[in-house]
Design a protein. Structure first.
Length: 160
């Protein structure tokens, strides 16, 4: 959600126009729709862990790539980023559903609450960091923090 909240600001601050900021966000979100469908489908076919192990590091790498590549590569990278970054949300929800036979509604509600609260906290943190260090460095920190989630995947049950 860091990208969704601050991508247009980053694009405009890097010298592009406001239209390009809006187009960039639209491209990211449209690719995210496809990424959500692909991520959920792949996790049903090849397993939850492989999808998470693939999408999480790729998302961080692509986010860093956006910061350090020429502007003409922005839209193709945003398509790839949208495909990967939005792919792991339905997988996490599927993990919750896989391991909660009883009280599925409560488990889903708890997952959604944690997701919304953590997303809000991260967006505020990255905004504060952006004010403190600049938006490029805040995006870099955000991408690197995203990599810290990869070892946590090992804590998932083997059947996932």
């Amino acid at each position: 959600m860091t990208l969704a909240a601050y991508l247009p600001t980053y694009i405009v601050s890097s010298g592009e126009g406001l239209w390009m900021g809006g187009i960039s966000l639209a491209v990211l979100e449209l690719a995210g729709i496809v990424g959500t469908l692909i991520g959920g489908t792949l996790s049903d076919r090849i397993g939850r862990r492989p999808v998470l192990f693939t999408t999480m590091p790729i998302s961080s790498f692509l986010m860093l790539s956006i910061l350090y590549t020429p502007n003409w590569m922005l839209l193709p990278l945003l398509i790839l980023l949208g495909l990967s970054v939005f792919a792991f949300s339905p997988v996490i929800m599927a993990v919750v559903h896989d391991h909660c036979d009883k009280n599925l509604g409560a488990a889903n509600g708890l997952y959604m609450m944690i997701s919304f609260l953590s997303t809000a906290a991260v967006v505020v943190f990255v905004g504060w960091l952006s004010d403190l260090l600049g938006i490029s460095k805040a995006f870099t920190v955000s991408a690197l923090i995203g990599l810290e989630g990869v070892p946590i995947i090992l804590l998932l049950p083997k059947s996932t």
